[in-house]
Design a protein around this ligand. Sequence first.
Ligand SMILES: NC(=O)c1ccc[n+]([C@@H]2O[C@H](COP(=O)([O-])OP(=O)(O)OC[C@H]3O[C@@H](n4cnc5c(N)ncnc54)[C@H](OP(=O)(O)O)[C@@H]3O)[C@@H](O)[C@H]2O)c1
Length: 420
Amino acid sequence: MLSRSALRAAAHSSRQIGPRSATTTPSFPAVAGKAQCASSTLPSGRRYISMYGYTQAKALVYSKYGEPKDVLSLHKHSISAPHGTQVNLRLLTAPMNPADVNQIQGVYPSKPPFQTALGTTIPTAVGGNEGAFEVISTGAGVKNLTKGDWVIMKRTGQGTWRTHAQLDESQLIRIEDKEGLTPLQVGTVSVNPVTAYRMIRDFCEWDWMRAGEEWLIQNGANSGVGRAAIQLGREWGIKTLNVVRQRKTPEETEALKQELKELGATVVITEEEMLTGNFRDMVNELTRQGREPIRLALNCVGGKNATALAKTLAPDSHMVTYGAMSKQPVALPSGLLIFKNLSFDGFWVSKWGDKNPLLKENTIKDVLQLTRQGRFRDIPVDNVHWSWDAEGHALAESVQGTLGGYRSGKGVFTFTGGDE
Ligand SMILES: NC(=O)c1ccc[n+]([C@@H]2O[C@H](COP(=O)([O-])OP(=O)(O)OC[C@H]3O[C@@H](n4cnc5c(N)ncnc54)[C@H](OP(=O)(O)O)[C@@H]3O)[C@@H](O)[C@H]2O)c1
């Protein structure tokens, strides 16, 4: 039976010690370049807040577009004590998503402005679009955040690959009831799970009286979005037909299928199985000759894979394209449009979130609630421990490494530096 509740969208003191920062912008406010920094690093490699109240920080920045390994570098700077409604933050965890890499390559539609606000000699942008941060200090005007709170950034494009940041309170979402959650869960909630959630909810009129009798089909099913879609489908009584790419050996392919089934996938097949002759028979059998309709297709691959997905859809259904991992265009037989009245849409969570900030917060809350209840599992990750002494080129290489396919987990930065 469908859970309706799951569907509901549902003293601070500011020590202003030392000089104020030279530059202030909405995105990267009140930061001083390293020449002004009065702090130093302890022999252990840990950082500390200077006698003037400055926090030392490092950010993975780029000043031109290109491959991450070529254009990313580590910039050291210092951040003033927060004043007014400013909040100083320390990174907990930030993922490396495909869009982050596309942004650095200059092939993503949203391009953070290059600025000198961090004290770089030439204008730069900070990489990364999502992540969990801990509040380390707050300005006197901050009302809803306190030291120790966990926050995420309200909008994408703010730059999350940095050990520390200073933002205005209004730019942050406080994580209520962080107990029962991990930095990884909080740091990866705002892009992929929100994308899956909104695509399933907003593009298809599900017949909730027929829970367990309607399907969605998706490719890239082992991606962060795909795993979220599987689990939300399971929660909401929607069967999922999931397509993944074949692994090197049959055993590895079987292990991946099993992993997704354990998340709640109804059926998992490979792209190769989908593109062979008897896929149509398989779909007929699974859907009981169409009596259990496939009403939604989620496409992040494109090319022949997307065409095959579209052909499985019942009349009046929807396909939502949200990624283009194969870099192949989506080609559709005209008959699907004329005779089946299928709808083809695109979805971009960044733009959606900017237009619907409250709904985004509620969606995040819903997913985190499922997570606390053990009903929404962590993505597999390839953890990169970012210590204070980490070399810029090593961090840049780990971003570069996320470009290859067939990975065992999503690249994730976890900052391990200390704060005094
Ligand atoms: N529109 C939006 O708002 C939005 C939001 C979030 C994500 N996205 C997009 O959704 C996609 C998945 O993102 P994610 O963060 O969930 O991914 P992820 O967890 O990093 O996983 C990457 C996925 O892409 C697949 N893949 C990689 N190269 C591929 C290729 N050449 N052909 C087919 N599949 C390939 C991988 O399959 P293998 O394991 O077989 O390599 C894996 O399933 C990306 O395109 C991303 O940009 C869009």
